[in-house]
Ligand binder design. Sequence first.
Ligand code: WT7
Length: 629
Amino acid sequence: MAQEHVESMLKVEEIFEPSKDVIERAWVKDYEKVYKHAKENPETFWGEIAKELEWFEPWKKVLKWEHPWASWFVGARCNITYNCLDRHVKSWRRNKAAVIWVGENGAERIITYDELLRNVNRCANMLFDIGVRKGDRVTIYLPRIPEQIVAMLACARLGAVHSLVYSGFSAAALQSRIHDAEAKVVITADCGYQRAKCIPLKHIVDEAVKYCPSVEKVVVVRRQEPKIKLEPKDIDWHEGMAKASQKFEAVEMDAEDPLFTLYTSGTTGKPKGVMHVHGGYMVGTYITTKWVFDLKDEDIMFCTADPGWVTGHSYIVYGPLLNGATILFAEGAPDYPDPGRWWGLIEKYGVNILYTTPTAIRLLMKYGDDWPQKYDLSSLKILGSVGEPINPEAWLWYRKVTGNKLPIMDTWWQTETGMILVTPLPCMKLKPGSAARPFPGIEPAIVDREGKPLPANEGGFMTIKKPWPAMMKTIYKDPERYSQYWKTIGNVYLAGDMARQDKDGYFFFMGRADDVIKVSGYRLGTAEIESAIVSHYAVAESACIGKPDALKGEIIKAFVILKQGYKPSDFLLDEIKKQVRKELGPIAIPSEVEFTEWLPKTRSGKIMRRVLKAKELGVEPGDVSTLEE
Ligand code: WT7
């Protein structure tokens, strides 16, 4: 189904061998050897890695696997923030920069590990004072400011479960996520800045919490002057922090205690609360950050994601901090005030690792080579890509403008996997458009619908045969939905992606196999968008598909049947887009809306989006035997 996408990609046969100095510097110099060791002794392998971190109590067993339920580091006691903060503050890293934050207008804040720990402690005390206890859920709806990181770590430190909601989501989307999590506290800000515009957030929270009785308090980071008015439920972040003590011992957690839930789109209208725990997630994000990006103490890592998505959780916050690295954290857009923004930050701060999305690379590519050429990018050592397949053109451009020698880590993973699962390591040869090989300890297989492994170069379903440490623990309040991942095809984890493996075992991802679409790397469910559309008074039915797009990877195209008495018009088209913005947020607005009188359905009434997509792309629809007359 996603084949067309791949066919449209330029084929590049060229293979890029790693240079000698890259191998010399790399943590892993011999991939095959490490992979073999991990495959033969998975528990020893993960156990050895876990020993690089500090635990309050050691584990009795590395893995207890009762399909589909995994427990990692059974019986161990830990707290991920102890390893992100205290472990470094005890060492020479105490006064090392943990976070370099830059605002759009050039504002800069540099926070050392020691200062970050004190802020996190203050925030934990503030949350404790308003009644947050171990196991309680806290929703975080913040823009990309240091408080976002502080709030996450503070929750984790006191044993509360954070649930970040991307600040581009609408009040309705935020409300459903707060509601499902039954959050006790919401942490937000008055606004975020993007393209010199102040985007107000607080009124969205006010609207969302109106219908969320679980919410007792709202903590507000007030950035603007004059300060916005607070409601009776509200607490001012800065006042709360100033009053709070800077001492707070990390709460001892079981390795299997929840750390966070993060809502992500699936094939039904209801987003799923993917849950991760302290122990396994810590080990998985720690080692993948270290090995994939060859992270060293002197490095500055710039991951351009938003912590509202899993990439930000794992590779802005937890992974780099577990490694004691320095994070560059930037608010704003990649091309504002000009398309040299990111290149300028790389030059100014001497960034060593850049981790971004194919959509961002294609956007910068559109602005031309002059922008990166204006800057000294010689500090860069490793590049990364994530979120959607990267087309070889973008891959080659990314490499060219950064000096034509840097390794590009095309990392494949998901909210559910918690950590990178398929990726090159710097010591490996690279093929543009390929995410290379499984990370050591990961055993994938590409299979057909019956679970039969497919030969080289044949596209099929991406599956993982064995559990891994950072895998989700469950879907919050929906264990059945969790089980489905391990029960739909054979007894393996079904990722939802199509992929093929070439004769060298290199993976090429071909897009989603299900009704999930990736728009600019953002994950959206067609069912969610459809349900937003049909909530419009004039709409009877709707079906959405992802349509390949040269810039965004995919765009949303919506087919809409109007209720009797309504006629297609530009007015309704605009209204429908507004409705989606209101229900979900700007990222889910369909780029194309087509009014129609018919939708292809199975005899049992299910919409066949596959048929719509084939028609749209002018290709054969495949098996249509279930299509109604
Ligand atoms: C889906 C997961 C991974 C963190 C950010 C997105 C797609 C992700 C790649 C890649 C091809 C990729 C897959 C996957 N995807 N990385 N390197 N090549 N596709 O996490 O929002 O949970 O989305 O993103 O389709 O299933 P997510």
